[in-house]
Each structure stands twice: as structure tokens, then as C-alpha cells.
Design a protein around this ligand. Structure first.
Ligand code: PLP
Length: 369
């Protein structure tokens, strides 16, 4: 695909510049690299036409995704961020009389959506992927976050194989949240690898992270066509949920492989520098393939509070997700991470020999940083 021509129409006035004391945002795994300039230009062009509805079939982004992944367009559903897809999957996949299942220390969206649609959610301990595989028998739908939020780890091929086999054997759809897959090394197992098996699997992806388009709200599901068809049918109740700017930006972002590659490399370098800086101060972060690190601190809720109140830095207490004693910190700009490191030494000083290695979880035990 060719790069879009420069935008000729009058530009939208820039928002007022952020105040000098604006909060440092290291809590939502946002991209410090911003979007592809082509994606931004495409979004600007799209908002020139605000009087007509966007394409309810989301044809252009669905086709772009399908071409990129080598799947059919009917295996792709484009949505208003992966948040919408998590809700859609909870609403319509699998046996609705049965609760969903996921792991205990994970992104809370699965549990929240399953509870909100009245299905309920069972959380299995994360001391081995076998517990999740065993739970497929009684579950209506299963969720796994891979790469894992908040630890940053990934499933290895054997674990992924096992989950897909259980999905095939039980008929329970397996939803793999691949929000951070763009950051993972080549060869990391992923849903498109398994579409040929015929197993009921669905991967959820987002433009909010590596593509830097969190504010536009766009993501997609890729999976077995009948599962995708169900999502699309429910999307009929909100046919215009992906606006023009988001659809146009998604297409242009997918075409700009160079930008994505620069983000990937920049993130990997910055992440390992941040890890080394933490280690130099006696802090051992969990291995991660993503754009965040889980950093052990004794009282993460307190550290989160004090970092915001006294230092203007936003981070996430990973205890909110069940990973107690850790802060999840985005790999943000170097200056922001330097500020965080100094602030952390004040609010949660390392005492003695340092916190030492954190125990691996099912996800972190198998990761390849
Ligand atoms: C694991 C995971 N899944 C889904 C989402 C939601 O992403 P989106 O912005 O596409 O709705 C997030 C956002 O942080 C996430 O961490």
C-alpha cells in the first residue's frame, strides 16, 4: 500500500500544550512513540467528513487485517478497541448457561464483562496452565491474556497447544487476548497459527498499544469464522461503533510496517535499559516481552498513591489484578522513567539486599524476554 498524500485541508487547531506539571502517565501501557504519521494524516482526512456515518461493516480495516494475516475477511471483526471485543465475546460466545473461566491474576476486563452480562467468571490459580486447561469442561468460554498483563510473560508453544487442544475437544471457545503481541519476539505462538486446526479460537488485538492509537479506539478479533460471525451479528446493535477516523487510521497504521518496527525496537531497547536501571538500584523486575514491567515493591497500593500524590507519576498497583506486591510501569519516555526511578527510591526504598526474584507464575515461568 502507498503512503497517503499530505493532508491539504486546514488542520485542526492543536490543543493547548500540556501544563508543565502534567501528570506523568506510566499506568496504561500507552505508547511514548505516538502513531504512524500516515495513520494520523488518514485520521485527519477522515474527520473532514463528520456528517456521514462510518462504514458499519468496517470493510477497509477488516480487509487490511485479513491481507496482513493471510486470513479471510470473514475471520476478522473490527471493533471499538479490544474492550468492546471482550464484552462481545462475553455476550455471545459459547454456552451462555455456563460461566466463563480465566486465570486469577490477570487483566480484569474478562471477569468484569462476564459478570456484567450475568454469566459469572471462575478464576483458576495460575500455578500451571493445566488448571486452566482442566476448567474447559465446565466453562462456557475461556480467556487467557498472552502476552500477559500484568506480568509481561507469554505462554510457550506447548502451553498454547494444550489450550487449543482443550478448546477443540470440549467445544469451549478460547479467547486469547493478544493486546501486547506486537511487542513480542517473532515466533511467539498466536491465534492465526491455529486457525487451520478448526479449533474454536479467537485472538483479540488492539491499535492502542504498539500503534499508538489508544485515543481513537480501534481493535480487532481474528478467529474461526463462526465465532467472528457471532461477534459481527451482535455488533449489529451498535453498527457505527468504529468511527471514520479510527477506521482510516487503522488501515494506514497497518500499512506502515516501518513505524511498527521502529516502535518494537525502540520499546525493546528502552525496556531493557529500564530493567538495568532498576537492577542498579536493587530492584528486579519480572521478565517481560511487552511495553511494561512489573516491579516488586512491598506495598504497591501505597506506592501507587504516593507516586501520584507527591510526585505526579501515575503507575498501576498490579495487586488490583491479583499480582500483589508489584507496580506495573509502562516503558515510557526516558525522562519520565528517570523521574520514576528517583521517586520510587523515596516512596518505596530498597532495604537490605533488595526484594530478590519474584516467584514465577504460570505465564512468567514460560516467557522468553
Ligand atoms: C490485556 C488488555 N486487553 C485489552 C485492553 C483494552 O485495550 P483497548 O484499548 O483496545 O480497548 C487492554 C488495555 O490496557 C489490555 O491491557
Amino acid at each position: 500500500m502507498t503512503a497517503p498524500a499530505a493532508h491539504a485541508a486546514p488542520r485542526i487547531p492543536a490543543p493547548p500544550s500540556a501544563p508543565a506539571d502534567a501528570l506523568v502517565r506510566l499506568h496504561l501501557s500507552e505508547s511514548p512513540y505516538g502513531p504512524s504519521p500516515h495513520a494520523l494524516a488518514a485520521a485527519h482526512r477522515a474527520v473532514d467528513d463528520t456528517g456521514t456515518y462510518p462504514d458499519p461493516a468496517r470493510t477497509a480495516p477488516a480487509q487490511a487485517v485479513a491481507e496482513l494475516l493471510g486470513v479471510r475477511p470473514d475471520q476478522v471483526a473490527v471493533a471499538n478497541g479490544s474492550d468492546e471485543l471482550v464484552l462481545l465475546t462475553a455476550l455471545c460466545l459459547g454456552d451462555r448457561q455456563r460461566p466463563g473461566v480465566t486465570t486469577a491474576d490477570t487483566f480484569p476486563g474478562y471477569r468484569i464483562c462476564l459478570e456484567n452480562v450475568g454469566r459469572g467468571c471462575r478464576e483458576v490459580p495460575v500455578d500451571g496452565i493445566d488448571a486452566l486447561a482442566d476448567a474447559f469442561d465446565d466453562a462456557g468460554v475461556a480467556y487467557v491474556c498472552h502476552p500477559h498483563n500484568p506480568t509481561g510473560g507469554v505462554l510457550d508453544r506447548a502451553a498454547f497447544d494444550l489450550l487449543v487442544e482443550r478448546a477443540a475437544a470440549t467445544g469451549t471457545p478460547l479467547v486469547v487476548d493478544e493486546a501486547y503481541l506486537d511487542f513480542a519476539p517473532p515466533g511467539t505462538p498466536q491465534v492465526p497459527d491455529y486457525l487451520g486446526t478448526g479449533a474454536p479460537v479467537l485472538g483479540l488485538r488492539t491499535f492502542s498499544k504498539a500503534h499508538g492509537l489508544a485515543g481513537l479506539r480501534v481493535g480487532y478479533a481474528v478467529g474461526r469464522a463462526d465465532l467472528v460471525g457471532r461477534l459481527r451479528a451482535v455488533q449489529g446493535s451498535m453498527p457505527f461503533s468504529v468511527n471514520r477516523a479510527a477506521q482510516a487510521a487503522a488501515v494506514a497504521a497497518l500499512a506502515d510496517r516501518g513505524h511498527l518496527e521502529r516502535v518494537r525496537r525502540g520499546n525493546a531497547d528502552a525496556r531493557e535499559r529500564f530493567r538495568a536501571d532498576l537492577a542498579a538500584r536493587g530492584r528486579r523486575a519480572l521478565p517481560s516481552v511487552t511495553n511494561f514491567l512489573a516491579v516488586p515493591v512491598p506495598d504497591a497500593a501505597r506506592a501507587e498513591r504516593l507516586l501520584e500524590r507527591d510526585h505526579g507519576i501515575l503507575v498501576r498497583d498490579a495487586g488490583r489484578f491479583g499480582l500483589h506486591g508489584h507496580l506495573r510501569v509502562s516503558v515510557g519516555k526516558a525522562a519520565d522513567l528517570a523521574r520514576l526511578l528517583d521517586a520510587l527510591d523515596i516512596v518505596a526504598p530498597v532495604t537490605g539486599p533488595g526484594p530478590g526474584p519474584a516467584l514465577p507464575t504460570a505465564a512468567t515461568a514460560q516467557e522468553r524476554p
